[in-house]
Design a protein around this ligand. Sequence first.
Ligand code: PCA
Length: 137
Amino acid sequence: MPRVFVYGTLKRGFRNFRFLENSLFVGEAYTLTRYRMLDGRFPVLRDSGPDLRQVSGEVFDIDDRTLATLDELESVGIGMYERVETDVMLSGDGGQAARAFIYVGCRAYWDKKEQVPYCVTDERGHLDWIAPAKRNK
Ligand code: PCA
């Protein structure tokens, strides 16, 4: 069964969570790999650049149909995001390592864009995306 780590609009309570509402929530988690995050109506992870940090998010077990739906939502086909496997740490119950898919921004697509970096971190120092509409409240 595919497992996915989400860090943006797919998280619980965010705009695209409806695509995961029938999937199994495994737990809150953070990446072991360090990334840089770009901000906007949705966040984008880049795997190179200055000030790389671990990323906070959520892990779900999904079925193949949901995986295909997420690929479409993240525009994998047109090269906006690529889906890769990454190591994450589930943060509940003392921590447990897991492997999951993650959507990372494609270089060719995002190198040309001028997105502002997103730098807000949680208490662990991990990048923790909050939707623009929910900030400063
Ligand atoms: N959706 C995916 C990638 C960025 C976004 O907004 C996610 O939540 O992981």
